[in-house]
Design a protein around this ligand. Structure first.
Ligand SMILES: [Zn+2]
Length: 269
């Protein structure tokens, strides 16, 4: 189904992104702490972690409430992390960008699901250097469901064997990460990253190659920085989560992957 959204349409999609971002904050807080098992289920009521003050709906409006409360709990004035509005705004911007670039309903739905998975992956991995299995499995399932369910998409290279491309991209992406994972003995890259790569391939198809390449380039920068500033021995020991870079690369792959891959393939022909 062809689709071209007006500015108003894009803004509506971004607004939905804001709401989803607020839900993603809950996922990040409940899953991003090492003691997450002790914390209630996802539907538990929100409360201030400092004073236990129950947060009412008007104190819980995405972005607006944080700004209105000037980033402090209404009851005890404890600072509320700026990460909450940041995650909400980021999700809204990503949803808006997906909507602006979408050429079909399949593009729009797959794109917003894709970025909504990558946001919690990024922040949880930054928090605890783990990408939870349940998020990776949801991502892998959603990726295949969207890519295979909506049929051939413009981002795919093989328009006739598009479903083979999706499967090969998912397996290939995992295989590509397996080698550095073995070489670094899971220190630079873990199983969580490999599972995330499967999801990236499922969502992107062949353009996942561009996404992985971008992710590796971005991921190398902090490693080089640490090697230079802290020296070989210490730099190699410091643990940098790779998930956020894979996520960034994935977003890049979504928006620019198909065009870059197309240009590259034409150069070769
Ligand atoms: Zn409080």
């Amino acid at each position: 189904m062809q689709l071209e959204l007006t500015t108003a349409g894009i803004l509506v999609v971004a607004l939905f992104g804001l709401l989803v971002g607020s839900f993603l904050n809950v996922v990040i807080v409940r899953r991003g702490r090492l003691d997450w098992q002790e914390r209630g289920s996802l539907d538990g009521r929100s409360a201030c972690p400092n004073c236990g003050h129950h947060i009412s709906w008007y104190e819980n409006l995405p972005l607006i409430s944080w700004l209105a409360l000037r980033g402090r709990c209404r009851s005890c004035k404890q600072r509320i992390s700026a990460r909450y509005p940041l995650v909400e705004a980021l999700t809204a911007v990503l949803w808006g960008c997906v909507a602006a670039a979408a050429g079909s309903v399949g593009d729009l739905v797959t794109g917003v699901v894709f970025v909504s998975v990558l946001v919690p992956v990024t922040f949880i991995d930054l928090d605890i250097q783990i990408i939870p299995d349940e998020i990776n499995y949801v991502a892998i399932f959603a990726g295949f469901a969207c890519s295979l369910g909506f049929g051939p998409q413009p981002r795919f290279v093989a328009q006739e064997w598009w479903w083979v491309e999706v499967i090969v991209a998912a397996l290939g992406a995992a295989g590509f990460l397996l080698l550095p994972a073995i070489v670094t003995r899971g220190k630079g890259m873990g199983m969580g990253d490999i599972k995330l790569a499967v999801a990236l391939g499922a969502f992107l198809g062949a353009p996942v190659a561009v996404g992985l390449f971008a992710g590796f380039l971005l991921g190398l920068l902090p490693s080089i920085y640490l090697l230079v500033t802290r020296g070989m021995a210490k730099g190699r020991k410091s643990k940098i989560p790779f998930g956020p870079f894979l996520a960034l690369g994935g977003v890049f792959g979504w928006f620019a992957g198909a065009d870059l891959l197309d240009a590259y393939l034409r150069l070769g022909a």
